[in-house]
Design a binder for this molecule. Sequence first.
Ligand SMILES: Nc1ncnc2c1ncn2[C@@H]1O[C@H](COP(=O)(O)OP(=O)(O)OP(=O)(O)O)[C@@H](O)[C@H]1O
Length: 905
Amino acid sequence: MTIQQTITAPEPPAPATDDTKVSPMMQQYLEIKAANPGLLLFYRMGDFYEIFFEDAELASRSLGIVLTKRGKHQGMDIPMCGVPVVRADEYLHRLIALGIRVAVCEQMEDPAEAKKRGSKSVVRRDVVRVVTPGTLTEDNLLDARANNYLMAIARAKGGDRIGLAWIDISTAEFIVTECATGELGATLARINPNEVIVTDALYSDPDLSQLLRELSAVTPLTRDVFDTATAERRLCDYFAVATMDGLSAMSRLEATAAAACVTYVERTQIGKRIPLSPPTREAVGTTMAIDPATRANLELTRTLGGERRGSLLDAIDCTVTAAGSRLLAQRLAAPLTDAAGIARRHDAVAAFVADSGLRDDLRSALKVAPDMSRALARLLVGRGGPRDLVCIRDGVMAADQVLDRLSAVENLPAEIAAAMAGLRRPSRELAATFARALDDELPLMKRDGGFVREGFEPVLDETRNLRDASRLVVASMQARYAEDTGVKALKIRHNNVLGYFVEVTAQHGDRLMQAPLNATFIHRQTLAGQVRFTTSELGEIEAKIANAGDRALGLELEIFERLAAMVADDSDDLYAASHAFAQLDVATALAKLAVDDNYVRPEVDESLLFAIEGGRHPVVEQALRRDGQPFIANASDLSPGPGQKSGQIWLITGPNMAGKSTFLRQNALIALLAQIGSFVPASRARIGIVDRLFSRVGAADDLARGRSTFMVEMVETAVILNQATERALVILDEIGRGTATFDGLSIAWAAIEHLHESNRCRALFATHYHELTQLSAKLPRLFNATVRVKEWHGDVVFLHEVLPGSADRSYGIQVAKLAGLPPAVITRAKAVLAKLEAQDRGQGAKGLIDDLPLFAITSRAPEEERPPSEADLLMEAVKALHPDEMSPREALDALYALKAKLPKA
Ligand SMILES: Nc1ncnc2c1ncn2[C@@H]1O[C@H](COP(=O)(O)OP(=O)(O)OP(=O)(O)O)[C@@H](O)[C@H]1O
C-alpha cells in the first residue's frame, strides 16, 4: 500500500475578533502544524500527546481511539484525540505501519517556567523529531530480523538512468548504485526498502507511478532535497570532509540520491547527527538478478500468502541472533555471481560442518551476544539508555569468548579469519571501563538514574550518601514527631504535589491544628480520612534531599554522556565487530542446516553446467518430514550435451499432483542457495554461475493492477523471453494454461522454440500439453522428462520420480476423484473424456511438427515483405479519392475504376 499522506493544516486562524478568538495555545499549535506539512502532529500536553483537527480524525480511524472535542476554532468544534505518552511507541508503531509519518512535538520547558512569563503564557513547544518508516531506531518499532532501509531514488531530467541510495540508520549501512529505469522494479524488490523518497515530479511520473504506488511507503519531497548542484556539498557537510573524493567514487545521480538520504535524515532527526558509514558503491553485476515476480513466485522471504512461515528464508534460517538473521535475508536477496566469493563462503560453512564441537560452542556464545549494532545506533543519536551501554559491554566481552574459542583452531578459512579480525577491533579498555561503571540492575531510561555502580565515581557516591542519609533523617523525624504529638500512627509521606508531609488520621487532626502543636505543624490538606501538615524542618530536609538527588542524577547523566562518547569514538570498530558476529552466525547456522538436513557443498564455477543429483526441495522436504513423510529425491541435468555450446531445456510432463512444480522450484532454489554460499539439498550439485533467475510458476490474478490471470502470465513470460540470456536459469510452469487450449498450446510451443533458438538458456518447462513432447525430435537441446505415477484399480498412485520420457495422460479425473468431486460428476467426466479422446484420435499435434517450420525460420520472414493483396490495393485507391474536389462526372468515373479493380468472379 502506498500512502501519500495529504494531511493538510487547518486554515490559519483569522485575526482574533470576538467570535473567532484563537487561544494562545491553539495559535501555537497551528503555527507548528503549518511548519510541518504532510505530517501527523503529536502535540505534547502533560502526560498526553494530543492530536487535533483532521489529524485527530485520521488517528482516531487508524488507531481506533475515541474522537472527542476541545473548544472551538472559527466557531466550529475542534476534533481531538489523545495518546498517553507512556504508550506512545505502541501507537506510533501502528501509524508507521500504515505509512503515516508523525511529527513529535514536545514541551521544551517546565510549565512553571512559562507561568513566570505571565499567567496566559503558553509552554514553549517544538518538534523534536519526525518519525517515518525508514528512519526508526527504537527497538520496539523495528523488526529485529529485518533491515530497515530508507531509499532515495533520483533521475536526471529526461534520462533513462536512475540513481539509488539506501541507508539503514540502525546499522549505519549506506549504499549507492545506478540502474536503468527498466531495472528499477528488480532493484526495489531486492532491497525491499521500508520507505522510499522521491521528488514530487518523479512520484507523478506515469512511467514510475505504478511501481512506486506498490511500495509500502513513498514520501514525495520538494526538488531541493534532490538538487544535484548542492548534493556534493551536503554530503561533505554531513561527513565533515572537504571533498567526497576520499570517501567514495559516485556518479552524479548516485550522489544526488545519497545527498537526498542525508538531508531527509537530518530533517527527521532534527539537530541530531546520525552516524552513517560513508556511502559504498554496490558493484554492478556481482549479484544474481531476480525480478520481483520470480522472488514472489519462488517464495524466497514470504509465501504468496504474505507469511514468513513457509518461505525459503524461514526454512533455512537457523541463525541465533537478530543481526545474523538480517544478514542471511540480505544474502538471500542478492546471491553472488563470482565463483571465488561464493567459494569463500562455502569454505566457512564447510569448516563448521566438519567441526561440530566448534559449531555448537560458537552458537552458544553467539546466542547470548547482544544486538550491538542497534544499541550503537540508538546511543549515537542520543536516544540510547543504560541498557544499550551494557549491550556494548557484553558484546565486546562476547567477542573475546568467541575469539578464545576460535584461536584454538588451526587453518581457519579466510571468511572466518576476517570475522576474527573484526572481533578484535573494538577497544577492550572500553569494555573494562563499562564493566566497572555499570550496575547489575539497570533502569530502562537514563533519567531514572541508579545505573552507575557504587565505587566508580567517588563524588557520586558522596552525593548519594548525603541523599540517603537525609532520607534516614526523615525516618527519625517521624519517630520524634510521633513522640512529641503522642500520635503513634503519625506518618511522614511524599507525593509530587505536597512534597514531604506529615499525615495523621482525621481524629488526631484537630490536636495538631491547636496550640501548641500548631506552631510546628502547618495545615495543608484535609481529606476524608486524613489530615496533612508540613513543618519548616521538613521543608529544609526536603530541599536537601532534592538537591542531593538532583546532583546525583546530574552526575550520573554526565557519566552516561562520557561513556556514550567512548562508544561514538569507537563506533567503526564496534560496527565491524557486530558484522563479524553476524557473519559467524550465518556461517554456523548454514552449517547446522547442512548437517541437520543433509545438504552437500555445491561445485560452483564459470561453466554452463547444471547437474543436480538427488535434489530435494528445501521447504517441501521439511514440511513432509514434519508429517513423517519422505521426500523423493530427483536428478536434473541442464548442462550442455556433448558437442553443444548451450545448456539444455527439460520439458516435463506428468499427471496433476505428481510433483512437477516442486521439481521446477527445487532446481531454482538449489541454484540460489549455492550462490548465497549455502550448501544445497542434493547428493551432488555442479552449477555454472547463474546470472539471472526467472520463474513463471502458478497462476494468480492481479486484480489490484487490473490484470487477469492470463495477462499476468503473459507479462511475466514476455519478460523472460525478452531478457533471458545464455547464463540465465528459467523456470516455466504451465505456460498458456490460462486460455483456450489451442491458444495456450500454440503460445507454449512458440515459447519453447524461442527459448531454444534465441535465449539458449538453461530451462525447465512443465506442461500438460503432451503434444509439446514432439518438439524434442526437432530441437536438439530439448529433453523430455516425466514424473512417474502408477495406476492401481483405477486410482492413481504418485511416485514423485522424475525420469526420462513423456507422460501419455494427465490423470486429471483421478486427481479430481481424490479431491472429493461427487461420484456422479466423476462418472460423467470419464464418459465425456472417452468420447473426446475417440474424436481426437489421429488428429493430435503429431502432424504439426512436420507442417510447421521452426520458430527461427518463421521469425526470419517478417510480415512487411509480403506482396500487397488486392484488398490493400483497393484501400489505397479509395484513400487517394477526394470527393469534395470532384465533379459528379469524375466521381462516377472513379466508381467505375474502383469496380474494375475488384477480382473477377
Ligand atoms: N519429490 C517429492 N517427494 C515427495 N512428495 C512430493 C514430491 N514432489 C511433490 N510432492 C508432493 O506432491 C504435492 C504436489 O506437487 P506439485 O504441486 O509439485 O505437483 P504438480 O505436478 O505441479 O501438480 P499440478 O500439475 O496439479 O500443478 C506437493 O505438495 C508435495 O506434497
